[in-house]
Ligand binder design. Structure first.
Ligand code: ADP
Ligand code: MG
Length: 565
């Protein structure tokens, strides 16, 4: 058996510890949320693995967390009987940051306490938050189903190093002993602890217990106290409760638990579906985009439960990609307990649930837009460009998505995307048949594009598009409210009935008169252009480049060039 070993933390961990200890001071209590959440994850994992192998419970199937404090010794101890860790797990999990994106995380830390504390939860660096309140942390653990002699003790003062050594441990699961800093002794106070436990774990399925001392001296006539473990939290999975029983605060703190996000969600939708398919879903709209929203391997998907048993995180089969920002839980009564990702991909039931959950999510957004413009704007600023992927990915919900889109337009001339297509349509000129848009690299380029001159002169509104996805969006949107879309930089400009006959005639005459000039320009530009025409698009600029009706847009060209095509 190996003896005690001293190992160094990964560089990123060292950096993180430094930052955390100094920046999270005002929000120290979150360490308890993180540690309870880890215990709860560990119990979920054991419950799941024990589905195939009962023996892993080692005769103790009553999963729980126990918390006790010793005011004299200045310690706070959390004990769970979850899955536990072996030596390799300990070194990997409590010595490095396994998740990708760590560096990105560290870059995002600003030194601003409030912001940083929110980020920390998101990155799953929760365990290290113990060092905000502790100057020494001891972890005693043993993996369920392994011999008592394979226990491990991990210890660190949160500086550069930690030690690991073998430990004889009868119980499986994990015990974390925090030696509290002088200025964090409040966390050894029973009253404070009870309050925090309820705050952070009422909604999780796992009982969190504390020891209370019951005085039984009366009958005996002598001093005699008996410690009793008492469950402090509600310990009922929140989504299993009826909607009317759950307060907004509870919905919010449940969101913070599952999404690892310190902010409140913008909206949620909690539904029980009965009938052919039976399941409960609880979907949330976050208020802020995670760092990996645009990364291919970014975290997405719902937490999947089957009959209340936790099955997996990030089950991405229940929502389309363009709704990847939605967080939440789905608990199915029909799926099999040993369902895998591969099975989920093929199961027709899952496909049906996906389509229903997509509708729920879109409905939730529609309601938010209707009831709270400010929150909806917050949502749009964070996730609008993801939602814009929708029309291409999900043809059947194209119209619902179109209603949710927001644009900046020549009506406001502001970069803020806050105008709906319905707003646009309501302002259309008499005789105008199309919804006009211009696509450019940035808002200013769009706003100043010479193609807009004639539209401004005639008071016709134009959508100002400058997100990378916008050409792609327009190519798939088709129409809105019976009106098709027209790129002002493409093809012949047809302003429909907004143009009057006299103007048209005048233009034709100018075109004829300028024929010699056109010929000369064609000669000079040669192969580089398909055609040179007199236009009435412009009122101030002398010339502009336009694309043929069926040409690929400027933005898409650039994307294709970047991709080497
Ligand atoms: P996260 O929970 O997001 O993975 P943490 O820093 O909170 O990040 O924990 C790191 C890892 O340490 C966990 O993923 C888990 O593997 C392990 N771990 C932490 N606490 C426990 C525990 N009580 N029981 C078993 N494993 C744990
Ligand atoms: Mg954690």
């Amino acid at each position: 058996m190996e003896s005690k070993q001293t190992l160094g933390f990964q560089t990123e961990v060292k950096q993180l510890l430094q930052l955390m200890i100094h920046s999270l001071y005002s929000n120290r209590e979150i360490f308890l949320r993180e540690l309870i959440s880890n215990a709860s994850d560990a119990c979920d994992k054991l419950r799941y693995q024990a589905l195939d192998n009962d023996a892993l419970y080692e005769g103790d199937a009553e999963l729980r967390v126990e918390i006790s404090a010793d005011r004299e010794a200045h310690t706070l101890t959390l004990r769970d009987n979850g899955i536990g860790m072996d030596r390799d797990d300990v070194i990997a999990n409590l010595g490095t940051i396994a998740r990708s994106g760590t560096m990105e995380f560290l870059k995002q830390l600003t030194g601003e306490q409030k912001k940083d504390s929110r980020l920390i939860g998101q990155f799953g660096v929760g365990f290290y938050s113990a060092f905000i309140v502790a100057d020494e942390v001891t972890v005693n653990t043993r993996k369920a189903g392994t011999p008592a002699s394979t226990g491990v003790q991990w210890q660190s003062r949160g500086e550069g190093e930690f030690t690991v050594e073998p430990l004889e441990r009868a119980e499986h699961g994990t015990e974390i002993i925090l030696h509290l800093r002088e200025d964090a002794l409040e966390f050894a106070e029973e009253y404070r602890l009870r309050h925090l436990i309820r705050k952070y774990s009422d909604h999780i399925d796992l009982p969190v217990r504390m020891q209370t001392v019951v005085d039984s001296s009366e009958q005996e006539g002598e001093e005699k106290t008996v410690p009793v473990w008492e469950t402090v939290n509600e310990a009922q999975a929140l989504w299993t409760r009826p909607r009317s029983d759950v307060s907004d605060d509870e919905y919010t703190s449940f969101y913070q638990h599952i999404a690892h996000d310190g902010d409140a969600p913008l909206a949620w939708s909690h539904n029980r579906v009965e009938g052919k398919l039976e399941y409960t879903s609880l979907l949330y709209v976050p208020s802020k985009a995670p760092f990996d929203l645009y990364q291919r391997e970014g975290v997405r998907g719902l937490k999947l439960y089957v009959q209340r048993v936790f099955i997996m995180d990030d089950a991405e089969q229940f929502l389309p990609l363009y709704l990847r920002f939605i967080k939440g839980v789905v608990d199915s009564n029909d799926l099999s307990l040993n369902v895998s990702r591969e099975i989920l991909q093929q199961d027709p039931q899952v496909e049906k649930m996906k389509s229903a959950l997509t509708k729920r999510a879109l409905d939730m957004l529609k309601k938010l837009a209707k009831n709270d413009a400010e929150k909806y704007q917050n949502f749009w600023n964070a996730f609008g460009s993801v939602l814009k992927e929708g029309p291409a990915e999900d043809f059947s919900n194209r119209q619902q998505i179109a209603e949710l889109l927001r644009f900046s337009t020549t009506h406001t001339d502001q970069p803020l995307q806050d105008q709906s297509l319905a707003d646009y349509v309501s302002r259309m000129k008499e005789g105008q048949q199309k919804i006009y848009y211009v696509v450019a690299d940035g808002f200013n380029a769009a706003r100043n594009s010479p193609q807009l001159e004639i539209f401004r002169k005639k008071g016709i509104e134009v959508l100002l598009l400058s997100d990378r996805i916008d050409d792609w969006l327009m190519a798939h949107l088709g129409e809105f409210d019976g009106k098709s879309f027209a790129d002002v930089a493409k093809g012949d400009l047809d302003l429909g009935d907004v143009e009057d006959e006299a103007e048209k005639k005048a233009q034709e005459e100018t075109a004829k008169a300028k024929q010699p000039l056109i010929e000369r320009l064609k000669g000079v530009l040669g192969e580089r252009v398909a055609d040179v025409r007199v236009t009435h698009r412009l009122t101030d600029s002398p010339a502009c480049v336009v694309l043929d009706e069926h040409d690929v847009g400027f933005q898409m060209r650039r994307l294709m060039e970047a991709a080497g095509q």
